[in-house]
Design a protein around this ligand. Structure first.
Ligand code: G3I
Length: 321
């Protein structure tokens, strides 16, 4: 294959990227490379609750609409990210819960409305939704959040039921980081999936975010972990792949990074139920990493000028096992 789009067709795996909606609108080179190379799109921030409903009842769909429109014009599928998370919740909501002006009954109604409004708006146009994002912590407990604290653990099943009613054809996912290797998180996430299935609540997919760093060993158990979930009948996706490094960049580090990317895509290509490999940004020009991990960066498959890094070429070399 000459590019990622050809590779995606060959592997029969959608290849996607998270997208910064401002860059998509303002940077022609960013837009052109993205639309040439990718068959799947995720909004990096534009579909999150604080982006779509910054004030109560005031909806700002411009960014989310731009993502869906770009997908329709360029033959891409969409991952809706996300419906429920403990971050990027609008201030009116967190403050209302904190000061008691929003009680449990009302919070449940607000959550239901949010899911019906957002999923319903894009009904038929979103391939897969991250219904719940990062709801298990690294100790393997259900994550503390306004959802768990106020509504109890049943909010997860409710969210999947509502999302399914709002768009019966969308694939509904649970998505998390460190799920490639953290045994406590894996066990609890398997419990959630089995519990939903035992209640006949529809859940279709497991999302492995795939945020790795070359200063840590590659998670060699990842193929077996993915298999544990797909053996339950779920489809799988790698939803936010990136591979950060401690700066400065060296040729050796780029080679290691390339191996990590290749291994992640190979894991997907080797599992018949893995349908999507999405990177969390395709260029070091726009990446969340330097802002969060001091001294780290260069996590993407192209550099600031969109030049291919060894990781890009490594992906092109992946074959179906
Ligand atoms: O939009 C405001 C802007 O108005 C303001 O001037 C600026 C000043 O800080 O902030 C801007 O908001 C930022 C937003 O990204 C949009 O760029 C926030 O500060 C910043 O915290 C936010 O970061 C996002 C992060 O999620 C929030 O937790 C990252 O872009 C985004 O890549 C990251 O994505 C998450 C996934 O959703 C879930 N998995 C982990 C992944 C990485 O953290």
């Amino acid at each position: 294959p000459d590019d990622l789009r050809e590779l995606a067709h060959k592997l029969k795996v959608y290849i996607g990227s998270a997208i910064d909606v401002t860059a998509l609108a303002d940077e022609a080179d960013y837009r052109q490379v993205f639309n040439r190379e990718f068959t799947h799109i995720t909004a990096e921030n534009a579909m999150k609750w604080e982006s779509v409903e910054p004030q109560r009842g005031v909806y700002t769909w411009e960014g989310a609409d731009a993502i869906v429109r770009n997908a329709q014009r360029n033959g891409q599928h969409v991952r809706g990210h996300n419906l429920i998370w403990h971050n990027q919740i609008p201030a009116w909501l967190t403050e209302g819960v904190a000061d008691g002006s929003i009680d449990a009954k009302e919070l449940r109604r607000i959550l239901r409305d949010h899911i019906f409004t957002e999923v319903g708006r894009y009904r038929g146009r979103i391939r897969a939704w991250d219904v719940v994002n990062e709801v298990v912590d690294d100790e393997g407990n259900l994550r503390q959040s306004i959802w768990l604290t106020t509504l109890g653990p049943g909010y997860i099943a409710d969210a999947f039921r509502w999302a399914h009613q709002a768009d019966p054809h969308a694939k509904l996912y649970i998505n998390d980081y460190n799920l490639e290797w953290n045994t406590a998180k894996i066990a609890q996430t398997l419990n959630i999936v089995k519990d939903l299935k035992s209640k006949r609540v529809q859940i279709d997919g497991i999302g492995f975010q795939g945020h790795l760093g070359i200063q840590y060993d590659y998670p060699g158990d990842f193929p077996a972990v993915m298999r544990q979930f797909t053996d339950l009948g779920l489809e799988a996706a790698i939803t936010e792949a990136d591979v950060r490094m401690v700066l400065p960049v060296t040729p050796e580090k780029l080679a290691t990074q390339a191996d990590y990317y290749r291994n992640m895509l190979s894991t997907c290509a080797a599992n018949r139920r893995c349908v999507e490999f999405t990177v969390w940004g395709f260029t070091d020009r726009h990446s969340w990493v330097p802002g969060v991990f001091t001294g780290e960066g260069a996590a993407c498959i192209t550099d600031e000028n969109l030049a291919h890094k060894p990781a890009y070429d490594a992906l092109l070399g992946v074959r179906r096992a």
